[in-house]
Design a protein around this ligand. Structure first.
Ligand code: VG1
Ligand code: CO
Length: 542
């Protein structure tokens, strides 16, 4: 029943920050998905008879690739595939299933926060047995293999019915179609005080959640409406759609603006939340207060003991380098370890496996903990609800008190999208060439104390990752970071991350962009952004 199909390599299957992402028409080329999936299998050892988890965020092309992946897993010799009903598994739910059922690994089909549809984005990511994204050693091996691959193996079998829960046989391999929500909802119930959150909600605290037509709809409906008692309709855009209803499923102030405006309006809800395409990102908005992801990490860490699953406290915190240093102050106060990693969740896995950190976060609306090995949107949202319920204070009060205690890290990211790739690379190279002469230079009131291209040595396995972003640090703790995105599918995206620390509580109410205005000017001056990119202004400000 196994058919060996000759194929020719594609040269562009290099995984980025989080798996391989391309437009659907690219993935739909002959053997394109098959090549990449076979390259994954060819880069792994010892999976014979083991379990592979497969699921995706429901976007366009999800079902087609799942059917292929199942037939190829059978040909490769896996003993079993567990696949989410309807082909649905949020990224954190997939991570949980891999861990809970001791699977060998998982294939997650998603382009995360990128739009979906026939001409939009698709993606494939491999996760290892700890439930986390494959480390660079593996993604590099997959890429190497993809450049020379000349055949793939697949069993001849009909498509399976993904919509009915149960166990099927494909080419002698068992395929279990599982409820995508049940295990995840149970895990959340173990970690958080659902009773306290239920009381908060039944006492009139109004919660709304925007699933943005993406994967968290069924999860949020089960947890927030059914188990926590929020009224029906509290979860909006709750049906996962192949094109996300035409929305850009990126939970930030630009793409989740409607929700934000609703919470900010007089008489609006008390708490708003949103998540992205594959459910690993979150946005949290309280009445009168948007919580920046960097602050969210710090505040969750500082209040971790409010949640039963973290009642004993946390072992340490990790954040990606561009994420603000707000969490560092919490770690210092708690006397626990603080780790700074390159961008991308794959760098947190080793630290969590080694027990060095419990909570991790990225400025890009990602927060999570060692309950799984992915960032987890609903987890962060539930953590906030748990903190609000335990402290009996509003989100705004919790955030303001946090700033008063630790100081405020004003923070913003400016993205320049669809920049010509050569122009973007040119900008970064010009910056790198300046690194040695920047220290000591002054720009207005700002004096550069140090500048470098961030490099990371993993403290557990010693692996080294270089060129992870240019940092320019100023006296007083302000900084600007420049890096190119590794998740886009057309042109280049320049990300400029700007941060200023303000210890004085009387200066904690400045509008963010105003508080960062001088740094933004200096960022443009140092990197010559307008000249290189031809963009007068960023495309997205978060
Ligand atoms: C972006 C974010 C990064 C995040 C990655 C995947 O990467 O900056 O923090 O880990 O997306 O998130 P980049 O290389 O474009 O800056 V997700 O939710 O798209 O899997
Ligand atoms: Co995502």
């Amino acid at each position: 029943m196994i058919r060996t199909v000759p194929t020719a390599p594609y040269k562009d299957q290099k995984p980025g920050t989080s798996g391989l992402r391309k437009k659907v028409p690219v993935f739909a080329q002959e053997n394109y998905a098959e090549n990449f999936i076979q390259s994954i299998f060819d880069s792994l050892d010892g999976f014979e008879g083991q379990t592979l988890v497969i699921g995706g965020d429901g976007r366009y092309y999800n079902r087609e690739v799942i059917q292929k992946a199942i037939r190829m897993a059978a040909a490769a010799g896996f003993g079993k595939v567990m696949v989410g009903q309807g082909g649905i598994l949020s990224t954190p739910a997939a991570s949980n299933i891999i861990r809970k059922y001791k699977a060998f690994g998982g294939i997650i089909l998603s382009a995360s926060h990128n739009p979906g549809g026939p001409n939009e984005d698709f993606g494939i990511k491999y996760n290892i047995s700890n439930g986390g994204p494959a480390p660079e050693k593996i993604t590099e091996a997959i890429f190497e293999r993809s450049t020379v691959i000349d055949e793939y193996r697949i069993v001849d079998a009909a498509d399976i019915d993904l919509d009915v829960i149960g166990v099927l046989d494909v080419g002698g391999m068992a395929v279990e179609v599982v409820d995508p929500v049940a295990d995840y909802a149970q895990l959340m119930e173990e970690l958080f005080d659902f009773g306290a959150i239920r009381n908060l909600i039944s006492g009139g605290f109004r919660v709304v959640m925007d699933s943005m037509g993406a994967v968290t709809g069924p999860y949020a409906t089960e947890i927030i409406e059914k188990r926590l008692g929020a009224p029906a309709g509290s979860v909006r855009n709750a049906t996962p759609l192949p094109d996300f209803g035409g929305h850009h499923p990126d939970p930030n102030l630009v793409h989740a603006k409607e929700l934000y405006d609703d919470v900010m309006s007089a008489g609006g809800p008390d708490f708003g939340a949103a998540s992205d395409g594959d459910g690993d990102r979150n946005m949290v908005v309280g009445k009168g207060m948007f919580v920046t992801p960097s602050d969210s990490l710090a505040i969750i860490a500082a209040n971790a003991k409010c949640a039963p699953g973290y009642g004993k406290g946390i072992a340490g915190i990790a954040r990606s380098m561009p994420t603000s240093a707000a969490a560092d102050r919490v770690a210092e106060k708690l006397g626990i370890g603080m780790y700074e990693t390159p961008t991308g969740w794959k760098f947190f896995g080793n630290l969590m496996d080694a027990g060095k950190v419990t909570v991790c976060g990225e400025e890009s609306f990602g927060t999570g903990s060692d309950h799984v090995r992915e960032k987890d949107g609903l987890w962060a949202i539930l953590f906030w609800l748990n903190i609000v319920a335990a402290r009996k204070e509003s989100v705004a009060d919790i955030v303001r008190k946090h700033w008063a205690e630790y100081g405020r890290n004003y923070y913003s990211r400016h993205d320049y999208e669809d920049v010509d790739t050569d122009a973007a690379t040119g900008l970064m190279e010009a910056l790198r060439a300046k690194l040695s002469v920047l220290p000591g230079q002054s720009f207005g009131n700002l004096t550069v104390t140090a500048s470098d291209d961030f490099a990371y040595t993993d403290p557990i396995d010693g692996s080294v990752s270089t060129r992870q972003g240019v940092r320019v640090l100023f006296e007083g703790g302000s900084r600007v970071v420049f890096r190119l995105s590794g998740t886009g599918t057309s042109g280049a995206t320049l990300r400029v991350y700007v941060e200023r620390y303000e210890p004085d509580a009387s200066r904690h109410d400045i509008e963010t962009q105003a508080a960062l205005a001088d740094l933004l000017t200096v960022a443009d001056e140092i990197a010559e952004i307008k000249t290189h990119t031809g963009h007068d202004a960023p495309t997205v400000i978060t």
